[in-house]
Design a protein around this ligand. Structure first.
Ligand SMILES: Nc1ncnc2c1ncn2[C@@H]1O[C@H](COP(=O)(O)OP(=O)(O)O)[C@@H](O)[C@H]1O
Ligand SMILES: N[C@@H](CCOP(=O)(O)O)C(=O)O
Length: 310
């Protein structure tokens, strides 16, 4: 493969955990960030120019602390080369710090951009290992890279990634409030140890969820979307969680969970009820004084993709 001078990388948002699958399952969604990498001499004293567009652009760092650039430089550290001068153009479509995997898009995008610019020195599996290492857990970076719904588990030799079939009858609706919650803050409230009862509860419910997602079986999905490992601790960080949950259920959702580390709330429902569920969730929050936007999405089955431009 030859070295290229410019590449665009499109990376999907993700919804991680899906209730009982804390830190091991996530799905890619039809909502995207686009990152363009242009290898060029800027000037002798400057190695980096970052531009960001999109409604939350002002909140993204444009210096070396930018997460896309951090991942880009980690790639070069890994292959023991000096990173080239680069211009990075970021088009934001994924809201920041809302539990929709914006950090995963930045990490995956930075790694793929660097790999393509160097003529694909690393394999997709090596890129995945690096992405998991940087993010610290696999459940958002893996579906962002590969698309679909993915379960990741460690093995003696690394990671086993499993493709989880997702029935077309299961529709994801995300309600995104206008406040941020960083993943690190939402991880700080979690206990380091859990009881055997809670571990068994989640093991059983995750098994049920996998079959519910595959078959669209409504009873299994209704029972499956429960969790004892993270949501009981995190829901207090999300104002009116219980009220939005009740609104989603009464409008016909199978269940509602925290998307990723939150504060976005994810309802799973069927096509017939999706509009009612979306309206109920956003109205409930807005009645309580919290602005929110709602999106009825699909599962992205392609994952991150790159287009070489020169
Ligand atoms: N496109 C991007 N470019 C640069 N940094 C980003 C981008 N998207 C997200 N980030 C960084 O990731 C942070 C959010 O990460 P995190 O708290 O894990 O939330 P999320 O649930 O959205 O992944 C942002 O505050 C920002 O620092
Ligand atoms: N399992 C992680 C997932 C974080 O996802 P994000 O989309 O909020 O970055 C967690 O729940 O902490």
């Amino acid at each position: 493969m030859s070295v290229v001078s410019s590449v665009s990388v499109i990376v999907p948002a993700t919804t991680a955990n899906l209730g009982p699958g804390f830190d091991c399952i996530g799905a890619a969604l039809t909502l995207y960030n686009e990152l363009k990498f242009i290898r060029e001499e800027i000037n002798p004293n400057q190695k980096l120019v970052i531009t960001v567009t999109g409604t939350e652009a002002a909140r993204v760092a444009t210096d070396e602390s930018n997460l896309v650039y951090q991942a880009f430089t980690k790639f070069f550290q890994h292959i023991q080369q000096t990173p080239p001068s680069v211009k990075i153009e970021i088009k934001l479509g994924v809201p920041l710090a809302r539990g929709l995997g914006s950090s995963a898009t930045a990490i995956v995008g930075g790694l793929i951009g660097a790999n393509v610019l160097t003529g694909e020195i690393l394999t997709p599996a090596q890129i995945m290992e690096l992405a998991i290492q940087i993010e610290g857990h696999p459940d958002n970076v893996v579906p962002a890279l590969l698309g679909g719904c993915r379960l990741a588990a460690t093995s003696d030799t690394g990671w086993e990634i499993c493709d989880i079939p997702w029935s077309n009858d299961v529709v994801p609706v995300v309600a995104i409030p206008d406040f941020e919650l960083s993943t690190s803050e939402a991880r700080r409230v979690l206990p380091t140890e859990v009881s055997r009862g809670d571990a068994i509860f989640n093991t059983a419910h995750l098994g049920l969820l996998l079959r519910g997602l595959e078959t669209g079986n409504q009873n299994w999905l209704r029972a499956a979307l429960q969790d004892k490992l993270h949501q009981p601790y995190r829901k207090n960080l999300i104002d009116h969680y219980d009220a939005v949950n009740a609104a989603a259920l009464s409008a016909g959702a199978y269940g509602m969970v925290i998307s990723g580390a939150g504060p976005t709330l994810l309802a799973l429902t069927n096509t017939a009820n999706s509009q009612a569920v979306a309206t109920a969730m956003v109205s409930e929050w807005e009645n309580k004084g919290i602005k929110a936007q709602v999106k009825t999405l699909q599962i992205d089955n392609r994952g991150a993709r790159s287009v070489v431009q020169g």
